[in-house]
Design a binder for this molecule. Structure first.
Ligand code: N7H
Length: 503
């Protein structure tokens, strides 16, 4: 960890009594008896408050000061993203202190159901937002400073023609994340926020998102269980089998493992990557049904299509990894968090995978591209410093009958993709550019990540999807995930919001 004194004026203050009083006043008329988060059995459980306290004390992490969304992963039930531009900086700073700061939810609060607010609130700022607030000095992250639009081409988006217009430019100064178990809770917090912030901001854009209903809770729109494999951050939780264990500084700025010079007050913040990723679900399903894998004996056509989808992802829809269950889904395996992540792509006892064998899982599979495990050699702590905590949530309606039968998306749906990291160039932007979009990663003829890899809008070749013929190229005729753009934000510590960003 390296800390400098730039980013003038950002000096950490103790969280202590002021914050406790604020939380009490916010909660005076509110008591929760059920969590605002979802908790599908297959996802790793969050640590108990006592376990998190013990781990964070041992690692010197202050979970009271870290915004609550950063470490918890994909467990939101309903979420509203409010993107704004600051129109009156001086008044906004006052309102930030008086009206928003008391509502900012810490990690400690989220972990303890009885301390959870009615609506969890987090706030993050873009580079232009920090500039609008006159925060001197930079955070020393070139991607963040330039903004996401400047990266559109290097991320292999086909320019910004598909982007939500409000993301084209650098006029979005910040985002407020509101999450709860009911939409009405969010709406009531939103109404108070709007009235408090009137005359200080302009709402630029918003996105309403929600976990899918019923048995699909925790599954994204293609149908796959998501949020199984997030890294275990030291000082926060203990790892389940197969979970990557990472130093806190891969996610939290200024902590052990962040090797960049950082301004003092940036400590315990995290860069929040937001990207609206539209998913063409009927088109994806049509591609699977038109191209079943036919070389595995004993599979029906439908099972061949399901196998193709699972090999593109690296997991079955239940969450079961294809590396452990190569030809059929295994819902019991998928539902067991002690087994569903317990693999390395190498044979038992080996620290490096076989660079020629894709029979169990293609090198191009989405989860293998974005976390290659033993492909880079074990232990992972020594070979891979490119981890992110994924905190996204689906948006948009379920697929309608009309869309299904016409194989055509009529109403937009997708993933409100949120990733936290201490260094965007090592986190999201690295994974997208150098692994998912790079057809020569893991090996020369690997092809693109068939889920999120981009080729500037041109068709993408993927190898290894057929387990019996790993040199066969499958050409994906379109991107089933379309980038609608987004922005890079910084989610500061709560004490930094109090001491520098507000007035
Ligand atoms: Fe991905 N999906 O639901 O189809 N992702 N992802 N992702 N993703 C993962 O392990 C998905 C995207 C990672 O540790 C799973 O939790 C979709 C981007 C990483 O083994 C599923 C979209 C990036 C992992 C999906 C999308 C990543 C991962 C398996 C876009 C980074 C963990 C469930 C619409 C650039 C890998 C799980 C590991 C897993 C889906 C985007 C990264 C099902 C639909 C843009 C690091």
């Amino acid at each position: 960890m390296k800390i400098t004194t730039a980013f003038a004026g950002l000096i950490l203050s103790a969280v202590g009594t002021v914050r406790a009083a604020e939380i009490r006043s916010h909660e005076v008329d509110w008591k929760r008896d059920s969590s605002l988060l979802i908790d599908p059995a297959a996802m790793p459980k969050l640590p108990t408050p006592a376990a998190a306290k013990a781990a964070s004390n041992a690692a010197g992490l202050n979970l009271d000061d870290i915004q609550g969304d950063i470490l918890i992963g994909m467990k939101k039930n309903k979420e509203f993203f409010l993107f704004f531009s600051i129109t009156d900086a001086a008044k906004f700073k006052q309102k930030l202190k008086s009206s928003i700061l008391p509502l900012v939810t810490s990690t400690t609060q989220v972990l303890n159901t009885s301390k959870q607010p009615k609506t969890m609130l987090n706030i993050a700022f873009s580079q232009t937002g920090l500039s609008a607030l006159n925060v001197a000095g930079g955070l020393n992250d070139p991607d963040f400073s330039a903004g996401q639009l400047a990266n559109a081409v290097s991320l292999c988006d086909p320019g910004s023609s598909n982007w939500v217009p409000q993301f084209v430019g650098t006029s979005i100064h910040g985002v407020i994340l509101l999450a709860s178990d009911t939409t009405s809770n969010i709406q009531s917090t939103l109404a108070s926020l709007r009235s408090a912030l009137a005359g200080t901001i302009k709402e630029a854009y918003s996105l309403d998102a929600a976990a899918r209903p019923g048995a699909n809770q925790g599954h994204e729109h293609f149908g796959f269980l998501d949020g199984i494999s997030n890294p275990a951050v030291q000082g926060f939780q203990t790892a389940l089998p197969g979970q990557a264990v990472i130093p806190p500084g891969e996610i939290l700025v200024g902590e052990n493992g962040d090797d960049v010079q950082r301004p003092t007050g940036a400590k315990d913040g995290s860069f929040l990557l937001f990207r609206q990723l539209k998913q063409l679900v009927p088109e994806f399903n049509k591609f699977l049904s038109d191209n079943p894998i036919t070389t595995v004996p004993g599979l029906t056509r439908q099972q061949g299509s399901d196998l193709l989808g699972a090999r593109m992802m690296g997991r079955w829809k239940s969450g079961a990894p294809v590396f452990l269950s190569p030809t059929h889904d295994d819902p019991q395996l998928g539902a067991d968090p002690h087994r569903n992540n317990d693999f390395t792509y190498a044979a038992p006892g080996q620290t490096v995978s076989d660079s020629t064998d894709q029979t169990k899982c293609p090198f191009a599979a989405h989860i293998r591209k974005t976390r290659p495990r033993a492909d880079l050699g074990l232990p992972e702590t020594a070979s891979n410093s490119h981890h992110i905590v994924r905190g996204g949530i689906p948006y948009g309606p379920e697929v309608s009958q009309a869309e299904s039968s016409s194989h055509t998306t009529k109403t937009e749906r997708g993933l409100a993709f949120v990733a936290y990291q201490a260094n965007i160039g090592k986190g999201f932007s690295f994974l997208q550019q150098f692994w998912s979009d790079n057809s020569a990663f893991l090996h020369q003829k690997t092809g693109f990540d068939p889920i999120v890899g981009e080729n500037g809008g041109s068709p993408r070749a993927v190898f290894g999807l057929d387990p019996k013929n790993s040199t066969k190229a499958t050409t994906l005729p379109m991107d089933f995930v379309v980038s609608r753009g987004g922005e890079y934000f910084f989610s500061p510590s709560i004490s930094a919001i109090r001491s520098t960003l507000s007035a």
